[in-house]
Write a new protein. Sequence first.
Length: 262
Amino acid sequence: MRRKLDGLRMLITGASSGIGRSMAILAAEAGAKLLLTARREDRLEELLGVLHAKGCDARYVVGDITDPAHRQRLVERAESDFRGLDVLVNNAGVGAYGSFEDATPERLRTLMEVNFFAPVELTRLVLPILEKGTTPAVCNISSVLAHRAVPGKSEYCASKFALHGFSDALRAEVSSKGIDVILVSPSTTSSEFAAAVIEKRGKVPAKGKFVRTPHNVAVAALRAIRLGRHEIIPSKTGFAMILLDRLCPSLADWAVAKFGYV
Ligand SMILES: NC(=O)c1ccc[n+]([C@@H]2O[C@H](COP(=O)([O-])OP(=O)(O)OC[C@H]3O[C@@H](n4cnc5c(N)ncnc54)[C@H](OP(=O)(O)O)[C@@H]3O)[C@@H](O)[C@H]2O)c1
């Protein structure tokens, strides 16, 4: 379904940096009302100044997205401040580098909590109010690694594959209620993501040649929300890797083992 962002009420997680921050600025420029969240309050405060200067009706709630009480607070703020919600952007995410053999169970637990359980449980809480919203949508920021896994990021790939599968199933379940589910699968993006990984062990992936900016990804994601696209892969290298994987999986296995990741 096509939608205009003007006047829509959007909740964006992970808005303190990178793709989430860029999406907030672009959505504000398009006239959306914003409820933002992340853990770093100073970053959210700075962003709020930028958004208010653009005339945007924006506010934030600080907290850890893995905390059920925080997720509940977000829904309550959407109800109390905006009388509902039209678009949920599940963007908050975290990574880890290093082989699975060297990793602890806690690393797997953290990545699945942030990248999979938190967005899925937030979606569960938000769906009943989205149903009453205007041109409602859930936009999940996934990764090209949700289509083709690579070495040294096993838990991250697993968490994004899980989010991908959930998004496909949910899309089919809620389409009759008029809710779009949009999956955005970026490649390497020049955000704070690499610096924020919870662990760096062994060979740290080399920086890709064709790195996108958070702004590039945010433009593509908001376009997908406007057009009601089911899924987008906002980079040619990411698209090429997925295509290679589908057409010639053994060559793709060789390529990711040799070059790491895109
Ligand atoms: N950068 C890439 O190369 C790349 C590629 C493909 C997909 N992605 C995906 O894009 C999304 C955005 O990442 P980014 O590149 O913009 O990285 P980023 O700049 O590091 O942003 C990540 C955001 O997630 C928030 N966050 C992380 N853990 C959180 C937690 N436990 N509770 C609440 N918020 C949390 C961070 O805020 P606080 O630290 O303030 O809480 C931050 O706002 C992620 O889902 C990531 O997996 C990134």
